[in-house]
Design a protein around this ligand. Structure first.
Ligand code: AMP
Length: 122
């Protein structure tokens, strides 16, 4: 896997580097299982990524052993969205695979809020 010309192993993705504090991020929440930080290129007034600390590549690669951490991501995303003061108007998105727009291969849940959203998404 490459990022900006660098060869990265699975344990060495951009988001693993954020978990390990090797590169900076605007962190809004952390616990033993997950980390949440503001997206560097926000697509809405609120755009936060929630990631598992376990380096799962993408949702399609998750297994039954990941069931509780995936549920944890969803519940924490809901709590974090509420803390942003957007009420119940927020969108949660997993992009899975390059064809669906995934660019960082460490699973992440986008929280988007603070503007109108259309359906279907583009
Ligand atoms: P995706 O396209 O679903 O893989 O989403 C990856 C997201 O990571 C994009 O929305 C990027 O803007 C975001 N991103 C990339 N690098 C960083 C970074 N260093 N800090 C915060 N967000 C980032």
């Amino acid at each position: 896997m490459t990022f900006k010309g660098l060869n990265l192993s699975m344990s060495d993705t951009l988001f693993s580097k954020i978990i390990n504090r090797e590169i900076p991020a605007d962190i809004v929440y952390e616990d033993d299982l997950c980390l949440a930080f503001r997206d560097v290129n926000p697509q809405a007034p609120v755009h936060i990524l929630v990631i598992p600390k376990k380096p799962i590549t993408k949702i399609a690669d998750a297994t039954e052993t990941d069931q509780s951490v995936l549920g944890h991501l969803l519940l924490k995303a809901s709590d974090i969205a509420k803390e942003q003061g957007v009420g119940d108007a927020f969108r949660l998105v997993f992009n899975n695979g390059t064809g669906a727009g995934q660019t960082v291969f460490h699973l992440h849940l986008h929280i988007l809020a603070g503007r109108e959203f259309s359906w279907p998404p583009g």
